[in-house]
Write a protein that binds this ligand. Structure first.
Ligand code: PGA
Ligand code: MG
Length: 310
């Protein structure tokens, strides 16, 4: 292990927990690997979130998971008995929709978007008035056949001006094949990736993440996507201005170095906390690398802060 300029501090007791909590007003929480692993809520997640609210801290949830919309996330939180409002949630699907509208300046009602991904992308686009194609359309579930695919029968839709690609647990050749057709229209169709995460943490397993799918599409098309989720600064800027945050009083809490910790460091937030309940290990948290920054603090799991202070 090589010592870094500022060695990450491991939170292991009450004193360090108090020091950490007192430093920040707002906590930006990543979700997968921090709060939960799929349908499994990590220990004391509910308690630490209540504790922060009681202390007058603001909690914002910033997930690269594009499979659910912000509305669907409030339901997921509610299912765990945690009350969260939609305006506290930012997803990479929402960030991608904002990018298409505000940066690419596509026109709702006129320009359409082809989706490789789940309903969290189409729902956000639809709220902005955009029509999307592909995504969860059940006709894509059928095995691909170029002469019978309904997506090729009448030619490609000329109004499609962008492909958004993200995590899709129904990934198959039909979806890959039609997505590639749109991406081959290089002059008229933009290419957006929701997030770069190579893997996706679940209880007891690590599965392929959105980045593994988006990069497969990038490879076949020979194009590079614009990634919109963490660590993209457009996403952070959207959050900072929507919630009127003072960066120096914010702490990004996440389980991945190249997305969450980079988001916090490049966004010049006051601090970063890496949890070891998801993707990364203690060795990785401490290693000096050009690929990713080190966190300011790290801890085995988020709920330990609650345990140390009770
Ligand atoms: O779904 C992903 O790839 C990661 O989601 P997360 O940002 O909540 O960890
Ligand atoms: Mg995560």
């Amino acid at each position: 292990m090589t010592a870094t300029v500022m060695d990450p501090i491991k939170i292991t007791n009450e004193e360090l927990s108090e020091e950490f909590l007192n430093k920040y007003d707002t906590f930006l929480f990543d979700c997968d690997g921090v709060l939960w692993l799929g349908t499994h809520l990590l220990p004391h997640t509910k308690e630490i979130l209540s504790q922060l609210t009681e202390m007058g801290k603001q909690c914002v949830f910033v997930t690269n998971n594009s499979t659910k919309s912000r509305a669907a996330y409030t339901k997921k939180f509610a299912g765990f008995g945690i009350t969260v409002t939609e305006d506290q949630i930012f997803t990479s699907g929402y960030a991608s929709a904002v990018y298409v509208r505000d940066f690419l300046k596509l026109q709702p009602g006129k320009d359409k978007i082809w989706i490789f991904g789940e309903s969290g992308i189409s729902e956000e686009l639809s709220l902005m008035g955009f029509e999307s194609l592909g995504g969860t359309d059940p006709r894509l579930d059928t095995p691909f056949n170029a002469s019978t695919s309904p997506f090729l029968a009448n030619g490609l839709d000329e109004n499609v001006k962008c492909v958004i690609a993200g995590l899709d647990n129904k990934i198959n050749y039909h979806r890959l094949a039609i997505t590639l057709q749109y991406l081959q229209k290089k002059d008229t169709v933009h290419f957006v990736g929701t997030n770069v995460d190579s893997t996706f943490p679940q209880k007891g397993f690590t599965f392929p993440g959105a980045g593994s799918m988006v990069e497969s599409i990038a490879f076949s098309s020979g194009r590079r996507p614009s990634y919109c989720g963490k660590p993209n600064m457009n996403m952070l800027n959207t959050i900072i201005s929507a919630k009127k945050l003072d960066r120096s009083k914010c702490c990004m809490v996440g389980d991945r170095l190249n997305t969450d910790m980079r988001f916090g460091v490049e966004g010049k937030l006051g601090g970063t906390l890496l949890v070891l309940s998801g993707i990364e290990t203690e060795e990785r948290a401490l290693e000096a690398s050009d690929e990713h920054p080190n966190p300011k603090y790290y801890i085995e799991k988020l709920g330990d802060i609650y345990e140390y202070t009770h």
